[in-house]
Design a protein around this ligand. Structure first.
Ligand SMILES: NC(=O)c1ccc[n+]([C@@H]2O[C@H](COP(=O)([O-])OP(=O)(O)OC[C@H]3O[C@@H](n4cnc5c(N)ncnc54)[C@H](O)[C@@H]3O)[C@@H](O)[C@H]2O)c1
Length: 292
């Protein structure tokens, strides 16, 4: 199913992206790693080459549509076709209360985590459609895409968007035999809590003029949660397992099932109260949203 096909993986130089790339290479896929971190990219390429896997690495910033086009061109030049895009690159700003999340943080997180996925889909899907053999799009969201996380409004907003876009694109692309999955991990041992290491200069916030204890505490809490997360290698293999089953939602932390069941119960309760409201008794059932 995967042998000799080509996957483009953003944020593929380390962490979850690297683990997905490795698991896909084990299935016989050609890899195109896209990442903003040139040194880590070279390291990843040499590890994968060392294992005999076909790999091309492309320095790119997912917030730049022209970088995506360059990566697509290089991928086609080297491997002929593109069959899979893994929109995985993502960042997180230090957790903090609403009034302390500055607009540069918002812009950075939105541009990488949300627009980066939009540009990836825009650049790669036409190439996947073009050969008619079908393929895959995998988008890395988070458990934060399934329910709001306190002190992480920007991150949550982008991950909810990635889940929503994946549902939308799944319905849209199935007739092209392009399977869409959205990966929703809880904590994984990566360097996500140090995401600022790759923060582009356009998004640099002015340094605070005093020590901000609340921000430091938020950073330390995030670091501890990530360090106690699951190993990234498990995530890569879990992705392949779920793709084999053509799952839309890919979960890696079964213990969070009860949180989602609780959320579903709260939403259902809200519908029950709406259906009892005297204000809404004359409202007719609306048409299905599945309009195309
Ligand atoms: N680690 C976790 O606990 C966790 C949990 C849920 C979801 N996620 C998501 O997993 C994805 C991967 O994160 P990770 O945990 O492996 O973190 P990581 O920091 O280890 O890896 C992220 C990779 O993305 C690259 N990157 C960052 N900005 C980029 C840009 N503008 N353009 C191209 N590449 C860029 C980095 O260089 C790095 O190689 C992210 O979308 C993240 O939100 C992580």
């Amino acid at each position: 199913m995967y042998q000799g096909k080509t996957a483009v993986i953003s944020g593929g130089a380390e962490g979850i992206g690297f683990s997905i790339a490795t698991a896909l290479a084990e299935q016989g896929m050609n890899l195109v790693l896209g990442d903003i971190d040139e040194a880590k990219l070279a390291e990843a390429e040499s590890i994968l080459h060392g294992k005999g896997y076909p790999v091309l690495s492309c320095k790119m910033d997912v917030t730049q549509p022209e970088d995506w086009q360059n990566t697509a061109n290089k991928a086609i030049e080297k491997f002929g076709k593109i069959h899979m895009v893994v929109n995985n690159a993502g960042v997180a700003s230090a957790p903090g209360p609403i009034e302390k999340t500055n607009h540069k943080d918002w812009q950075w997180v939105v541009d990488v985590n949300l627009m980066g996925v939009v540009y990836g889909a825009e650049a790669m899907i036409p190439h996947i459609k073009a050969h008619g053999e079908g393929g895959w799009m995998i988008n890395t969201a988070s458990m934060a895409g399934m329910h709001g996380i306190p002190y992480a409004g920007a991150y949550t907003a982008t991950k909810v968007a990635v889940v929503g876009m994946s549902e939308s694109w799944s319905a849209e692309l199935s007739k092209h035999n392009i399977h869409v999955s959205v990966l929703c991990p809880a904590f994984v041992q990566t360097r996500i809590h140090l995401a600022g290491r790759n923060r582009q200069s356009a998004y640099k916030a002015p340094p605070p003029n005093r020590v901000d204890q609340q921000r430091d505490d938020g950073h330390n809490a995030a670091k501890e949660l990530v360090e106690n997360g699951i190993a990234p290698e498990i995530v890569g293999h879990r992705v392949v397992e779920a793709l084999n089953n053509r799952e839309l939602y890919i979960f890696t932390h079964p213990s969070h099932r009860k949180d989602l069941a609780e959320r579903a119960k709260r939403i259902d309760g809200a519908f029950a109260r709406a259906s009892e409201s005297p204000l809404l008794q004359d409202i007719k059932e609306s048409e299905s949203l599945d309009f195309m």
